[in-house]
Design a binder for this molecule. Structure first.
Ligand SMILES: Nc1ncnc2c1ncn2[C@@H]1O[C@H](COP(=O)(O)OP(=O)(O)OP(=O)(O)O)[C@@H](O)[C@H]1O
Length: 348
């Protein structure tokens, strides 16, 4: 399958199960996503002290005395003493660090093709969400992000972004609407005017069927706390259905299995597998702690550790790769657990 063309193509035969959509959305538009040497830094919060001190002032001490603390550390001896050579060096290092900021992503490179599912694995805080936001073109602070993100070998363009569905970690849904109302509302807002209301409603029906939401279509979405509604897994499916309505070629999901039990997580990833393997979509998802049966559904994995890439390649080759480097588990274990142990630096 070629992913190098910018123009929509007809659906290849291996993805023939795709639902029949309105011509305004039906063209098959395969997206091959490449990200090359993606780096993202943020300014150290301490360097913003002068800007935020007036706010901090309200709650704590006055800002002048706070800044003085930095300029004259308590380790100095006496009021008139000059700083030692070591103290000057430490202060210079601190200032350099403030100027450079904190590296969140450190040169991440990878790719994913249509019909494939890429999993981004890593411990909490390793940069998974940041990477997903970067490759979805959602980090707009351009001076902090460098590297290249290409769709079909071209920079992200509007047609590509229109064909990209992004499911955030926290569901952004109206808790008082039912599942069906939520999707109708979305269809009326997001689908082009060229599509009639009747057609939009039938597309909602198809997406409800596709995501297995028939049972709960008339239940309110809720928010999991004060407003009781559908289950966590169903709410996640609604979020995915929300994106599926625009028939995305590229679907990016941030931890769609978080909060789900092992069986629900398996069902969720199976659904994503169908979207990739049967419908030809390009799927990128972050996952926190996949079980082994979930792991084996991924085509490729990217393992992050503190913003750096430990491994990018085929999911079923990760273990032999680390084995060749001398890292292997002492007993048979879930590859995902092993990779997370490696990324955490806690391999036993
Ligand atoms: N704009 C920002 N300013 C400061 N720090 C940031 C910013 N964005 C991300 N970070 C930091 O970068 C690190 C990675 O964050 P990110 O949300 O990408 O991690 P994650 O792997 O998705 O974590 P989790 O699995 O817990 O969701 C975190 O330590 C976070 O605090």
């Amino acid at each position: 399958m070629s992913g190098s063309s910018e123009t929509p193509e007809t659906l290849p035969s291996q993805f023939s199960n795709s639902i029949n959509l309105h011509p305004a959305l039906s063209s098959y538009y395969p997206i091959t996503l490449k990200f090359i040497d993606v780096r993202y830094r943020v300014k150290d919060e301490r360097s913003k002290k002068s800007r935020t001190c007036s706010i901090r002032n309200i709650f704590t001490v006055n800002c002048e005395s706070h800044d003085d603390d930095i300029e004259a550390p308590s380790t100095m001896t006496g009021n008139n003493s000059t700083p030692t050579h070591q103290q000057v060096e430490e202060r210079d290092i601190e200032r350099e660090r403030e100027r450079e900021g904190r590296t969140i992503l450190n040169g991440i490179t990878g790719m994913v093709s249509p019909g494939e599912m890429l999993a981004v694995l890593g411990p909490s805080g390793s940069g998974k969400s940041t990477l997903l936001n970067a490759i979805a073109g959602r980090l707009h602070n351009n001076h902090q992000i460098t590297g290249t993100v290409l769709a079909n070998n071209k920079k992200l363009t509007k047609p590509v972004l229109k064909r990209t569905g992004f499911v955030p970690q926290e569901d952004v849904l109206y808790p008082h609407l039912t599942v069906r109302e939520t999707l109708i509302f979305c269809a009326l807002l997001r689908l082009p005017n060229a599509i009639s209301k009747q057609e939009k409603l039938s597309m909602v029906d198809k997406v409800i069927y596709e995501l297995g939401l028939e049972k709960c279509e008339d239940t309110v979405v809720g928010n999991g706390t004060f407003i009781r509604g559908v289950s966590g897994g169903e709410r996640k499916r609604v979020s995915i259905a929300h994106e599926m309505l625009i028939n995305p070629s590229l679907l990016i999901l941030d931890e769609p299995t978080s909060g789900l039990d092992s069986t629900a997580a398996y069902r969720m990833v199976s659904t994503l597998g169908v979207l990739a393997h049967q419908k030809g979509k390009t799927v990128v998802t972050s996952v926190h702690q996949p079980s082994s049966r979930v792991y084996q559904m991924f085509d490729s994995v990217l393992v992050l550790s503190e913003g750096s890439c430990l491994y990018f390649g085929k999911a079923n080759e990760a273990m032999s790769y680390f084995d060749s480097l001398g890292f292997s588990p002492t007993f048979p274990m879930n590859p995902a657990d092993f990779l997370l142990d490696l990324a955490n630096g806690t391999l036993l």
